[in-house]
Design a protein. Structure first.
Length: 372
């Protein structure tokens, strides 16, 4: 699920981890021992893999918000930044209306959640015909992320508490249907006084010797089920020097800063399908499924679904290569002309993550991709 950028024409398991083992070194200085602190251990979280038989969905559990126990499963989304949460069941019903939250003053505190009077709207979508709009306010709370396979607590996390979400035709979504956990290094929504929301993981301190960021194991199609499987260790919070080294197998892509929007996870690529090639910016997006969208400036004005058995290959400017072949049920791919679709960024769907690894380095603003 990608954030839409109308002002800049940008639309948008378990694994064993090798840790760097350091021997505690000491030396004498002025008669006292100086001890080098050991590197912290990265933190593991689970992702929940569900399959409706129509499309796959990747979720992460939120156990608590403020003083409220919620155990709500949010869409885990590499295509946006920030936690977006429906207020239904979190705030008293009397506070929620179709036009906003019912309170006076600059802010109020309910159930340990600070709701400010700073309101906004965020739009998501692959193109103009699939744009959804979510309306809400900036809020802050202590948030517990995870489930029985591991949790972390982030104190006073800024997030977007919404009262209404509508689709491109104006139909209102049901409660919590648009709850999203965006992990990208961008600012999904900005407010007055330089306030903004971005990935909750960027607010997590991983510990001594670790770089702020996360890596994601390849998901494997066999782990998805109708009832959902919680896959322990799918997310590793905190990156080691080994993770960031040139021998890790990850191809690192430097992200570009966009004023007011942070570091969108969009990278330059060359895409080839049916022996036809074009260059485009692309996003690898867990929140888009079951279709990928290729924004070919030479394509017909009508979106076209590629036939089964069509080969598609992607090469990033940094040297990462990825390819797939469409079928009747998997790797479904539309080709669109950006002049008529309204989007200039090609979107590679959740299918990419089944057999490939993904990393975000929040400190150095880099995106890593790895063939599994």
């Amino acid at each position: 699920m990608q954030k839409k950028y109308p002002c800049k024409n940008l639309l948008f398991i378990s694994v064993s981890v090798s840790l760097l083992l350091l021997t505690i070194a000491s030396c004498k200085k002025n008669g006292s021992a100086v001890v080098t602190p050991s590197v912290a251990t990265p933190t593991k979280l689970a992702l929940i893999e569900t399959d409706s038989s129509i499309y796959k969905l990747l979720l992460i559990n939120i156990a608590n918000i403020g003083t409220q126990t919620v155990n709500d499963e949010l869409i885990f989304d590499t295509g946006s930044g920030g936690m977006v949460m429906d207020a239904e069941g979190i705030l008293p019903a009397s506070m929620i209306t179709s036009s906003g939250f019912n309170f006076t003053g600059d802010s109020t505190v309910v159930n340990g959640i600070t709701i400010t009077n700073q309101s906004s709207m965020v739009a998501y979508g692959d193109n103009t015909s699939t744009t959804d709009k979510v309306y809400g306010n900036l809020a802050y709370a202590s948030v517990t992320i995870g489930d029985q396979n591991g949790t972390v607590v982030i104190k006073r996390l800024p997030f977007f508490l919404y009262y209404k979400a509508v689709n491109g035709q104006g139909a209102v979504y049901g409660p919590h249907q648009y709850d999203t956990f965006g992990v990208s290094d961008e600012y999904d929504i900005t407010f007055a006084n330089n306030a903004y929301i971005t990935s909750p993981f960027s607010s997590f301190n991983p510990g001594t010797g670790l770089t702020k960021g996360f890596k994601m194991a390849a998901l494997s199609a066999s782990n998805f089920s109708y009832i959902g499987n919680s896959i322990a260790g799918a997310i590793t919070l905190g990156l080691t020097s080994s993770d960031l080294s040139s021998t890790s197998g990850f191809t690192m892509n430097q992200l570009t800063y966009y004023s007011g929007d942070g570091y969108a996870p969009v990278i330059p690529t060359a895409i080839t399908y049916n022996s036809k090639s074009f260059t485009t910016d692309a996003i690898f997006d867990t929140g888009t499924e079951p279709y990928s969208y290729l924004e070919d400036p030479t394509a017909p004005n009508i979106s076209t679904l590629l036939p089964s058995k069509t080969p598609v290959s992607i090469a990033t400017n940094s040297g990462f290569n990825y390819s797939y072949t469409t079928s009747d049920g998997d790797n479904l791919t539309y080709v669109e002309n950006p002049r008529t679709s309204g989007g200039t960024v090609s979107v590679l769907s959740l299918e990419f993550f089944l057999n490939n690894e993904y990393m975000l380095d929040y400190t150095n603003h880099k995106l890593g991709l790895k063939n599994n």
